[in-house]
Design a protein around this ligand. Sequence first.
Ligand code: ANZ
Ligand code: ZN
Length: 839
Amino acid sequence: MPYDHKTAEPKWQSRWEAEHAFATDTEASKPKIYLLDMFPYPSGAGLHVGHCEGYTATDVLARYKRAKGFRVLHPMGWDAFGLPAELYAVRTGIHPAKTTAAAIANFKRQIRSLGLSYDWSREIDTTDPLYYRWTQWIFLKLFERGLAYQDVVPINWCPNDRTGLANEEVKQGRCERCGTLVEKRNLRQWMLRITAYADRLLADLEGLDWPEGTLTMQREWIGRSEGADITFLVAEGSPGVGEPIVVFTTRPDTLYGATYVVLAPEHPLVGKVTTEAQRTAVAAYVEAARDKSERERVEQVKTKTGVATGAFAINPVNGVRVPIWIADYVLWGYGTGAIMAVPAHDQRDFEFAQAFRLPIVQVIAPRDGSPISGDRAFLDAGPGVVMVSSGPHTGLDSDAGKKAVIESLASKALARPKVGYKLRDWIFSRQRYWGEPIPIVHCERCGVVPVPEKELPVLLPAVERFEPSGTGESPLATIEEWIRTRCPKCDGEARRETNTMPQWAGSCWYFLRFLDPRNDRAAWDPGIERQWMPVDVYIGGAEHAVLHLLYARFWHKVLYDAGHVSTKEPFAKLRHQGMVLAYAYRDAQDRWQGYEQIEFRGTEAHVKASGEKLVASVEKMSKSRLNVINPDDVVAEHGADVLRLYEMFMGDFEQPKPWDTRAIIGLVRFVHNVWRVVEEPKCVPGDPHLRLRHKIIRAVGERIEALKFNTAIAALMEYVGEIQSKGASGADRETLLRLVAPFAPHVAEEGWHHLGHATLLCKEPWPDYDPALTIDATVTIAVQVSGKMRGTVETERGADEATVRAAAEKLATVTRALAGKRIVKTIFVPAKLLNLVVD
Ligand code: ANZ
Ligand code: ZN
C-alpha cells in the first residue's frame, strides 16, 4: 500500500496532541535545552516558507534532543501588538483584537499542519492582558531604577502613519513601513536609558555564540569610540566672543590641522555667533536641515552643504583663528554636536573643505616617510603614524600624541578625555492604540506617578475609532472616561498616560514568560527561571540583528540587576536561517540544473561550472512579484514531511537559497523510498549493513548538532539507497525510522506503527552507535619499494606489519621490484603505508 500523507499526517498530529506527546519534560535530573524560535507577528498573510525553515530547524533539534534524553523547552507564541492590525482597523473599523485572533488561528492551523512539536500548553500572546500585565510590570521596574523617563525630543515623525518612529524604524530617511519621508517633531516622549548599559551591552557580546555579522552590527550600532572633548573659544571681533565651543574628536593628534569648526544646525550657539551679514543665509539653512533625518544626513556623502556664520574661534593648541561653519553633516545627537574639522585627515571634512575652499593642513604622516597623495592622508591613528607640523608635539606617534595633546590642554581646562557612543536612548512611546498602555498617571500635585503593581494590568479600553488624533496624541487621548482616574499617591484627580509601548516591548521578555506562562502571582518563578535559562539555541531572521536582539539584551540586563533573572545574557547561541528567495525569471531553474557552486551577491546567483560563469537572478519573495510560495499548497500536494525535508535540504541552513519547485520531487521520492523499505515484507537475514548503519547514526546526530541539516539528509538518502538495493535487516528498518523522525516525523510514526509498535516513535530514544563500527573494517595500504609506489593491499584495519608484508610480497609489481635485491629496512605506518627499503 502506498504511503498517503493526506490521511497519515492529520492522524499522527491528533495522536501527538491527544497524548500530550510534546508537553515539556521537567524532570530536573535530565540535562536541559531551551530551543526557541523568534515568535511571529501573526499577519493576515499567514505563514511564509521562510518561517517554516527556521521552525523546522528548531523542531528537528527538539525532536532529536528529546530522543537523546534531554528535557526540552520548545514553545511558541504570538508577537501580536503592532501597526498592521491597527491600520486595518482604521480602514475597516474592525477591532484589532478581532483581526489578531483570526490571524493567530490561521497561523496556528498552519503550524500544526507542519507537525511542529511545540508545547502548546505554554502558548502566549503579547496582547493578552494576562501577558501585558507583566510587560507593564517590567516597565515599572525600569521606571523605579530611573531607566524610564520623559523628555521632549525631536522625534522621527511619519506624516502618513501619524506616529513617532524609533531611529531603527527609519531607513534612508523614510518610514520603514510606508516609505514616507520622515519629519522631525518635538514631542513629549517616554525614553528608556539604554545608553546606561552601552558598555555592558558591548562587553558581553564577547561570550556569545552568535553569527559574526550580527555581533559586528551590534558593536557598530553601539558605536563606542574613545576620544576627547576639546574647547575652542569664540574669537575677538566675533559675536559671542569668549563662548566655549566644545567639540568631540577621536583624533586629538590632528588638532594642529583643525582649520575650521562646524556646528550642527540645531546647536544653541548658532544664533549667538552668527554675524549680521550671515543671518539670513544661516536661518534659511537651519530651516532646511530640520526636515532631514539623522541617518539621511550621515548618508548624504556626495553633496556636502553648509553655510558660514561669519564668526571665528581660536584653535586652543596653536592660537590660530579658524572660521565657524554650520553644516548638517554634523549631527546634533552625537558627541557635542560640534566638530573641529581636519580636512587633511578626515574624508568628510576634506570634501567639505574642497567644496567651500577652506584651508587643508597636513599634520600627520607615515613614520617611514612614505609619500601621501596630494594634500590628504586619511590615515588611521596607530604606531606607524606620526605627528608633523605640530609645534612641540611634532614627531610623536599618533597614539602618544593623542594623550600628549589632551594633557597639554587639560591644565587650561580646554580638553578632557571622553568616550562617545552612537547608541541613543530608546524612544519608547508610540501615539497608538494597539499597544501596551504605559502604566503611569499624571497628577497635578504629585507629578508622574507609577500605577501600583497590584493594579496592573492597565487595560486597553474599548474604542470606536482607531485613527490617531494627528496632533501627536494617541487615540486613547480621546477617551475621557478612561483617562480620568485617581492619583495612587494623593487620591486626587489625575490623568492616565495615553501613550502606548512600541511593538518591541512584548518581545523583550517573552522567552521568560514561556518558562512559567500561567503564573498569576509573578511574571515567572525564580526557581523555574534558574532551571531553564539561558535560551540555548535561538533561531530567527537576520533582520533582527540590532532591534529586537539589542532591546531584549537590555531588558534582560536590567532584570538581572534587579535580581529577577540569573543570567546576564538571554540567548547563548543564535543562528539566522538563510533567506528563502525566488527565481526572478521562469527559465532560471533550467540554467540552474546540475550546477553546485553557487554564490549569492545581492539578488544575483552566480553559478560556476567548468570555468564558465552563468548568472541566474533571484529575488525576495513578495506579494507584488507574485512569487510567494504558500506552505499550505505544498502541504496539500506533497505533505508536511516533504515540505520539512525540502526546507532542510535546500542548502546550507544559514545561507540564502532560492526555492526550486522541481527539486521537491527528490524529497517526495525519499519519503516514498523510506516507506518502501518499511513495507517490504521480508527482512534480509544477518546484518549486512552493520557498519554503514553505525556510520549513519553517527553522521546524522553530528550533523543535526552542527545544524548541517542538508548533509544529514544526504547521509540518510545514501543509507536508504543502500538498504533498498541490498535489502534491509530488522535493525536497519527501525534505525532508519528513528533517524528520519526529526525531519519527517509523520512517515516515521506511520512506519513505526506498521512494524507493529504500539508506542509513539517520538517518545523513543535515539539509537546509539559503536565508534569502532563507524570506522571502515578494511583499509587500503600503500606499498612502496625504496619510497617508490608499487601498489596497494587491502587488509583488515589493525593488521600488523608481518601480515601486510606477506600480502605485499604477493603483488607482482612488488616481486619484480624486489628481484635480486635485499630488504635492509622496513617502514610501517599502520593502516597507511609499508615501505620496503632495499640496498
Ligand atoms: C577630528 C578628526 C580628525 C576626526 C580625523 C576624525 C578623523 P566616531 O569614530 O564615529 O565616534 N564627529 C564628532 N562629532 C560629530 C557629530 N556630531 N557629527 C558628525 N561627526 C562628528 O567619530 C568621531 C569623529 O567624528 C570625531 O573625530 C569627529 O571628527 C567626528 F582625522 O575629529 B574627528
Ligand atoms: Zn497625586
